[in-house]
Design a protein around this ligand. Sequence first.
Ligand SMILES: [Ca+2]
Ligand SMILES: [Ca+2]
Ligand SMILES: [Ca+2]
Length: 633
Amino acid sequence: MNRNINSKKKTIFISVFVLISLIVASNVTFAAQVPENNIQTLIFSQSFSIPEIDQVNDYSEIYVKEANSDTIIQGMPLLPVFTKTFELPWGSKIIKVEFKQSDIKNLPISKKIEPIPIFEVAGGQTVSMKKTTENIFYQGDEVYPLEWYNIQTGAGINKNGQHVLFVTLFVNPVRYSSLEDTIYYMTDFEATIEYKQTKTIDFNSNKYDLVIITPEIFLDNLTKLVIHKENYGVKTNITSLEDIYMNYPGRDKPEQIKYFVKYALEEWGIKYVLVVGDLKNFPIRQTDAYPWTGFHGNGILTDLYYSDIYDSNYSFGSWDTNNNGIYGEVNFSHSLYDEIEPIDEVDLYPDLHIGRLACRNLNELDIVVNKIISYEKNTYGENWFKKIVLAGGDTFPPAKLSLPFVYEGEITNEQVAQELPEFEHIKLWASKHNLRAWTFNLAINKGAGFVSYAGHGFEHGWGTYRPNALRDRLNFNDPMYYISYVQFLKNKDMLPIIFWDACLTAKLDFYIKDYASYFKPLMNFIKLSGVEPDPTNYITCFAWSFLIEEDGGAIGTIGATRPAYSYVDRKGVHAGAGYLDWMFFKNYEDGICFGDMFSQAQVNYMNDIGRDYFTIEEYIILGDPSLKTGGYP
Ligand SMILES: [Ca+2]
Ligand SMILES: [Ca+2]
Ligand SMILES: [Ca+2]
């Protein structure tokens, strides 16, 4: 493969752009000239207010005004974090980091600092949150977090579609000793980062914008979509899987596909990859980053594998750096601090945008292709588009060990709503008594550009609790929605993009035994029959069912291939599925493509919180990533 690396002009352009954008950001200075040895320097400083201490119930809560994030390690103390992300030109390598903090001061505290809840699988179906100071940290003499700061790098695309190196500083302005009942804090710091350019690639060949990868059986029926995309100036290539398997190297089929995507990125300058087929027709990567093995599957299914091409050293991201055939390995055997240790180096920052049409057959493909064409042609300027349906309830009622009167789904919905001030907000909330299967369908039938549901989810539907429910299992008193209700959607051409901030809705390997786990008689019947069901006999999952609904449904959905967690309290959304949900809508702007919104949500998540392998990998797009939201003018 010939790589074009001689585009000096473009490299200079990007350096200048980054220089300007960073100087505009507060408190950042750059060396004005590039010295001869090519080493550049970035200096960033920040002051912090003195920490405020609040006593809430049995715990102390710590606030630092300038902090923009929190610690998120389950079972450990909840402390403020300050994060700052820099975008360096693609190919930059960090040579040196210097971090100088002010003199450290301390304050005594009278109550233990509030622990972060532990998410546990409870009742065989859903996940509960448990707050406890059982963690060995609370009895020990360590100071937490262990360091004043750490730094994270990843190679990916930014909001403007440029390939960059993300460099994020995570600073802990407050550290805590439980044994001494004391917090230690800084009032300012200065960080100096030296870096130099080690590599360049010209990603701007502009031969194609979009590559559709499909098994041959779907080729002919995709011609219509290619013509439509070309008509709107989206240069589209279509390549068959059979071709890729003949011509590209790789240890297995997903790796061959990934090498082809890398080729298309470097030689053609593509931005979008659309893969076509369910798991029988198009493979997916299974990774190890799943904490609840055996509970609705083993390992995580993810298409991000195909779009995270480079690691932070700009090498091909194999996701199996120890070469043992297990991808995205992590160590969940909790150390003292309950941290997840990566074993394989996985970058996770997407280098292009990906989505999947999980078609089982030509009939499903034709339905979805027709919907995409009609959506992009007819949506522009329609009033219905500027509405968002926000659905949620009390995701973790007191029976799930959460405080009363904290309605996590509704809190998440509210944060999403604030990101879309120009949209009409249709709130279907358990606390308003208007969240029901029929009100959900009615709201979609009236037309909405987006739907955000935050609550519990299954392979075949959703359900959430009424406020302060005292039961720990959902029942018919709670708002519930099943896959069989999708057929009653008659929203025709008014097709929303739906974010399922919930477990399992995109479990592409859904099969009869998953279903039976909810219905004991069916499970008993399977056991009695003595025949082990075929796990590759896939059933249509909930998120996909909205795309193949002919009279309406959705134009695209985002869902989890495995159970998910969401960390939300009365102060807002901190991590997990809810954070990704919030970031997805935060990235909406007029005319943005579906895939760009989602990739930037992934980037924001990692820059704000860190590499949460579980959440970032398990969420996938079902739909066309190059879909123009709101249609073409
Ligand atoms: Ca491995
Ligand atoms: Ca990457
Ligand atoms: Ca709650």
